[in-house]
Design a protein around this ligand. Structure first.
Ligand code: PMP
Ligand code: GLN
Length: 406
């Protein structure tokens, strides 16, 4: 990710690579941040409670008690962290000991693997099965299926945890209740912990529905759900996230956090608390609540993106959630043979294609092999990832590049 973000800047390319919205966040959160640093309560510029600013954990508990339909204790069942990244880090390093095995479903958000290795654990990969590519026609992320036999076979007596991500980055797959129930059944039978990365939980496109594995029978006690204010309020640069889990699991995450950063920035927590307090009151009104108006806006961008890709000869994979879209570029005509034929080194083909497209076409994306383990990178070699959470100007600039492609 770091490499491709640098490349986009170097070539001054239209950047649909790294995932971040380039439209403004809701004004009430940016105003709340200004007020937190400049307002009457100057102590908001100082450290706050290590495991989460009281105003923030209180409103997180209120919002997510409603979401999960169960009481959540703000002090013992929530941990606020620097981004969802740090929630993932604390959940993994707080529970994984050397030689423990952790199952990761591919494609996966790229930090899971190194975080498991930092903790001394061993990642074990299970790839979703892609469908056959249909040239020029759209495909859907729901066509990517988890083979339960593959999953079952990945468990050993050393397996301690499975990491799930729904909606999935990069694929945009929203796991169904049946898929999650099948995963839950194995986790209960084998006494496995689940880290469920749900940072895109609000970015669901109708008619799909987000299912939270923590809500399935027997799962609350073994699930740590990871969330992100960056995705919720379109403020990825604020880097604030949190985990929700039963107190015994949060305790292990707390131990990790207090020895890494101890606490997260107070003004950002205060501003996110204000945002959640506002949206909590609107949650029953889908026309007003940002949790629902944001995906309603994004779905139009998703469809625009798919249309542009099809016209250029790429095959998009229509996502059910999130803000990324994969596309199969392998049917494009007249691609340089240095990309398609080269057998030099072990750089995946999609990575060569992305570098070429960024430099020559000034359009930056991310190769999907970046979301696969070393041994499975070949499964992704025909795919690249586009972020469509972009303003009209960026999407128009993309359309122009794609229209002029040939
Ligand atoms: N998980 C997934 C699936 C993501 O796409 C991201 C986005 N970077 C994160 C976690 C990390 O979120 P944050 O920026 O809040 O650390
Ligand atoms: N989640 C974002 C993405 O997938 C950003 C992550 C990053 O830059 N490491 O693009």
């Amino acid at each position: 990710m770091v490499e491709y973000t640098g490349l986009a800047a170097q070539h001054k390319a239209v950047n649909l690579g790294q995932g971040f919205p380039d439209f403004p966040p809701p004004e009430y959160v940016t105003k709340a941040l200004a007020e937190a640093t400049n307002g009457k309560n100057t102590l908001l510029n100082q450290y706050t409670r290590g495991y989460g600013h009281p105003r923030l954990v209180n409103v997180i508990a209120e919002v997510f008690s409603k979401v999960h339909n169960r009481p959540i204790n703000p002090m013992s069942e929530i941990l606020v962290t620097i981004g969802a990244y740090q929630s993932l880090y604390c959940a993994i390093s707080g529970h994984i000991n050397p030689d423990d095995e952790v199952i990761i479903i591919e494609p996966f958000f790229d930090c899971y693997e190194p975080m498991v290795r930092f903790a001394g654990g061993k990642p074990v990969f299970v790839a979703l099965k892609p469908p056959q590519s249909k040239a020029g026609k759209e495909m859907h992320s729901s066509d990517w299926l988890l083979d339960m036999k593959d999953l079952e076979a990945a468990f050993t007596p050393k397996t301690r945890m499975i990491i799930l991500n729904t909606p999935n980055n990069p694929l945009g797959k929203v796991f169904t209740k049946k898929e999650l129930s099948d995963i839950a059944e194995i986790c209960i039978r084998k006494n496995i912990l689940v880290v469920s990365d749900e940072v895109y939980e609000w970015l669901i496109f109708e008619p799909y529905q987000h299912v939270r594995i923590a809500d399935l029978p027997g799962m609350w006690e073994r699930t740590i759900t990871v969330r992100s204010a960056g995705k919720t309020f379109s403020v990825t640069g604020w880097k604030l996230g949190w985990s929700i889990a039963p107190a015994n699991l949060i305790r292990n995450c707390q131990v990790a956090l207090q020895n890494v950063t101890y606490t997260s920035p107070t003004p950002i927590q205060e501003a996110v608390a204000v945002g959640l307090e506002i949206e909590k009151e609107r949650m029953d009104n889908k026309d007003q609540c940002y949790f629902y108006t944001l995906p309603a806006m994004l779905v139009a961008k998703r469809d625009q993106m798919a249309d542009m890709l099809i016209k250029t000869g790429l095959t998009p994979i229509i996502p059910e959630g999130g803000y990324f879209m994969l596309a199969d570029y392998s049917k494009l005509k007249n691609l340089p043979s240095s990309i398609m034929m080269s057998t030099e080194g072990d750089e995946p083909k999609d990575s060569r294609f992305v570098k070429w497209m960024t430099a020559e076409k000034k359009l930056a994306t991310i190769p999907v092999s970046a979301f696969y383990s070393k041994e499975h990178k070949h499964l992704a070699e025909n795919y690249i990832r586009f972020c469509f959470s972009k303003n009209d100007q960026t999407l128009d600039a993309t359309r122009k590049i794609l229209d002029d492609w040939m």
